[in-house]
Write a protein that binds this ligand. Structure first.
Ligand SMILES: NC(=O)C1=CN([C@@H]2O[C@H](COP(=O)(O)OP(=O)(O)OC[C@H]3O[C@@H](n4cnc5c(N)ncnc54)[C@H](O)[C@@H]3O)[C@@H](O)[C@H]2O)C=CC1
Ligand SMILES: O=C(O)C(=O)[C@H](O)COP(=O)(O)O
Length: 387
């Protein structure tokens, strides 16, 4: 049994070596020829698994992607060819929520507003959006949600404390829009350019638009036009059209521009590996000998002690940045894409990404009793204890 695993899948040798011979290749270098004698393929989001890639893959019986998104996989083709498929739903959802909160806290500081006075609209209330809504609500931040497929299928009207509304209502009513939809090209709920030219033109001045779903869900040219023209809205972009060769002008116009790393926590990546390892074991009828705990080292920063005298949002920013500083990711994309060219620089940042821990890995000790601070920090996802 030969298993080809993307070189950016962490802990792959530990997980897969008992199941067969493990071959590693960078995701963008996995070709049809490389799959000739491969029985199982394990990828991340950058390998397009389609008819061209599988042209010579006569032995292939399993494809797994250690990611939430599956838009890079032709699932119909796999089904037709009898090739089993697994993805990793929810694996890095907490990390994306951490990224969103870190970005919003950074914007609030730069632009002189507070999170508490904003209303956040979440588009796509699945594993990521649903967690975001729950954390925002627990932090006391007003939010609305838009998820027509869920409303239709489940007849839901609320998620946590947030009400479900249609997209137009959400856009009109919210100061911050967070996009967490999958890329779906066809059907009644297609998301390609879900935020299209008209919606972007109609955004109220001052709106913050954050996209950590897929780049193609937003019309990048229209967004670039609005940012370069009126310049009266703010964009936070982690995902882009045409990755890794993204639009340099849009990168410069975005207040926070990062190279598709919102989900790149150590926990998120390793959960993804482990979910695909489990799926392959199940497919082969073998027991799982490696546990997720085996893949998660203790975090280097475990405790932060806060004394009295900090404003709540200042304390929040301190904790967020102790774990992950989104400004570093922004700076590294700028630096590397200018040094190496866009596509190479974009990929280089991702390949050398210093894996970060999730907020839940940090214990925040409050030395002085402060119920509202405890609620804010616990709501944001930290483990809060009293000193
Ligand atoms: N930037 C990053 O690093 C990451 C990006 N992602 C992206 O985020 C996407 C969402 O992730 P999850 O929440 O885990 O997926 P999910 O499948 O759990 O949730 C997606 C939600 O979007 C909703 N949706 C679908 N079409 C919609 C539409 N037209 N309007 C509004 N809502 C719609 C679905 O009903 C569902 O509830 C993934 O598909 C992936 O593309 C995921 C992880 C990391
Ligand atoms: O899980 C997803 O979907 C993502 O977008 C990943 O977090 C990003 O995965 P890679 O870019 O590392 O393939």
């Amino acid at each position: 049994m030969k298993i080809l695993v993307d070189a950016d899948v962490p802990a792959a040798d530990l997980c897969f070596r008992d199941l067969g011979e493990v071959v590693r290749l960078p995701g963008r270098e996995i070709t049809a020829a490389a799959l000739r004698d491969i029985d199982a393929l394990v990828v991340r989001s950058i390998t397009r698994v389609d008819a061209a890639l599988l042209a010579e893959a006569r032995r292939l019986r399993f494809v797994g992607t250690c990611t939430i998104g599956t838009d890079h996989i032709d699932r119909d083709l796999l089904a037709t060819r009898g090739i089993a498929f697994a993805s990793a739903p929810g694996c890095n959802a907490e990390a994306v929520v951490d990224y969103v909160l870190g970005s919003l806290a950074t914007l609030a500081e730069r632009q002189g507003w507070t999170l508490a006075e904003r209303r956040v609209g979440v588009i796509g209330a699945g594993n990521v959006g649903g967690r975001l809504l729950r954390r925002l609500s627990a932090m006391g931040i007003d939010c609305l949600a838009c998820d027509p497929p869920r409303v239709e299928a489940e007849r839901v009207s609320r998620e946590g404390q947030a009400a479900f509304v249609d997209l137009e209502t959400l856009i009109d009513a919210c100061d911050v829009l967070c996009l967490h939809t999958p890329l779906v090209r066809q059907g009644p709920h297609a998301t390609h350019h879900l935020l299209g030219a008209q919606a972007i033109a109609e955004l109220a001045p001052g709106t913050v638009l954050l996209n950590a779903g897929r780049g193609d869900c937003v019309d990048g040219q229209a967004l670039r036009g609005r940012l370069a023209g009126e310049g009266d809205i703010t964009a936070v972009l982690d995902v882009w059209e045409h990755e890794p060769g993204i639009d340099a002008v849009l990168r410069d116009l975005a207040e926070i521009a990062t190279p598709h790393i919102a989900g790149h926590s150590l926990e998120g990546k390793r959960r993804g590996t482990h979910m695909i390892y489990r799926a392959l074991c199940e497919r082969l009828g073998l027991p799982t000998r490696v546990s997720l705990e085996d893949l998660l080292p203790a975090p280097p920063l475990r405790r932060l002690e806060l004394g009295p005298g900090l404003e709540p949002e200042e304390a929040l920013r301190l904790c967020l940045r102790a774990v992950h500083d989104v400004r570093r990711d922004h700076d590294s994309l700028l630096r590397e894409s200018r040094l190496q060219g866009m596509a190479k620089g974009f990929d280089a940042c991702r390949a050398s990404y210093p894996l970060r821990r999730e907020f839940a890995a940090l214990e925040v000790v409050l030395v002085a009793p402060d119920e509202s601070l405890a609620t804010l920090l616990a709501g944001a996802g930290f483990r809060v204890t009293r000193g």
